[in-house]
Design a protein around this ligand. Structure first.
Ligand code: SR1
Ligand code: MG
Length: 401
């Protein structure tokens, strides 16, 4: 019989006490369920007498954001803990440390990052993070390079693909990003004020062709072990530290999907400056900061990726500079396309973003949503012609007044 049960706060304390070497025996521990994501329970366990604390993250057998009508595999906890361990081996300073994984309870014990802020919240508050581009550029370069056929043993890579087969979580992405936003699906949550603009997408044959191409890439291009859900809610940040969390959607897919997820969420905040900025000057300043971050992330990624390839590339056939230029051009094109797709889904699909949804002024919210749809659909339509990151930035700028 399965030993799985969803923990209460009291049971989470009991479990934490059973872990060796973390807390003082018999000391008082406090437990709070603090999960505000779409899927899981998250318990913060602390020992007031020493200030020690940990996080227990537990998968539940359905998607919390929808309820029991959307069952979801507990295997996502295994995927997440195994992905975190691989990422930690590649970028130890950029992910939380995993202390333990308990398969029977679908539970991961990890480092508490309460001294950091969720980046989405930090951006909504108008904060800037000068080291972020460098940190995340290194994260994507190392995780994408060293898990690909460019940077690891190609036979072992095939076994990794098998280890990270993640059909149920991939299906969520296939539906919510590459299908439902482009039809009148029940899962959509279409803001009435922009229904006209949304319905235009459903009939736009040029757009639907490019979405089909991106969907096919997501389904078939097993390039690297992706984080799989690299939005700004999956990043804990403070001025001098960046930690990437929550890789439960990890699977082998196209590199540009992770980079696009990140850029989309920076650009969604860019659109939401319609409401968050107090005047035109601060709006332009913050938007420039966000676009500068996109550009810097891409530059750090490409610089680091090329150095890794030159020093540690495993395939002599791939070693030529022209092939490397070709390869990175394809990654850029995918990045444009997935940035667009990830923007569109957050405007009127299931699971939207606080950057836009928390705007109080309905007119500002509507403007942000329309801008996001324009930028997103333009990037999707033009992704196969992309030649530079500056082009993506230009599209963002051209779609605000
Ligand atoms: C039902 S899960 C909805 C979304 O939450 C996660 O963060 C993923 O982005 C997923 O698409
Ligand atoms: Mg998540």
């Amino acid at each position: 019989m399965s030993k799985y049960h969803a923990l209460t706060e009291a049971q989470a304390v009991q479990y934490a006490r059973s872990l060796p070497d973390l807390f003082t025996p018999d000391s008082e521990l406090s437990s709070h369920e603090i999960g505000d994501g779409n899927l899981n329970l998250v318990f913060h366990i602390s020992e007031p007498s020493t200030g020690k604390s940990i996080i227990l993250k537990q998968a539940i057998p359905y998607a919390k954001v929808v309820g029991e009508s959307m069952p979801l595999t507990l295997d996502r906890a295994r995927i997440e803990s195994e992905a975190l361990l691989i990422q930690e081996s590649l970028c130890p300073d950029l992910v939380p440390h995993v202390y333990a994984y308990e398969p029977d309870l679908a539970l991961t014990v990890m480092q508490d990052l309460s001294d950091h802020t969720i980046m989405r919240k930090g951006l909504i508050e108008g904060n800037r993070y000068p080291l972020f581009a460098q940190h995340i550029g290194r994260f994507i370069a190392h995780t994408l390079f060293y898990t690909s056929d460019l940077g690891m043993n190609q036979q072992e890579k095939k076994l990794r693909v098998k280890q990270f087969i993640n059909p149920e979580l991939c299906k969520i992405t296939e539906d919510l990003i590459f299908d439902d936003p482009y039809r009148d699906a029940d899962t959509n949550n279409i803001p009435p004020a922009i229904r006209d603009a949304v319905e235009v997408l459903w009939k736009d044959q040029e757009l639907l062709l490019e979405v089909a191409i991106l969907r096919n890439g997501f389904l078939t291009k097993a390039q690297s072990l992706l984080h799989g859900d690299l939005h700004t809610g999956s990043i804990f940040i403070k001025e001098d530290s960046t930690k990437v969390i929550d890789p439960e959607f990890a699977y082998y897919g196209p590199m540009g999907f992770d980079i696009g997820a990140l850029f989309a969420n920076l650009l969604l905040n860019f659109t939401a400056q319609e409401g968050w900025s107090k005047d035109a000057k601060s709006r332009a300043d913050y938007r420039n900061y966000l676009l500068g971050t996109v550009k810097d992330v891409w530059s750090f990624f490409v610089g680091e990726f090329r150095s890794l390839w030159a020093l540690y590339g495993v395939d002599r056939v791939f070693a030529g500079e022209s092939y490397q230029d070709y390869y990175l051009q394809q990654v850029l094109r995918d990045t444009w396309g997935y940035t667009g797709a990830k923007m569109v889904r957050r405007v009127h699909g299931l699971a939207q973003v606080a950057d836009i949804n928390k705007l109080e002024d309905p007119a500002a919210k509507e403007r942000a949503q329309r801008i996001a749809l324009r930028i997103g659909t333009t990037l999707i339509k033009q992704h196969r012609q992309a030649t530079s990151i500056d082009g993506l930035i230009e599209i963002a700028l051209n779609n605000v007044e």
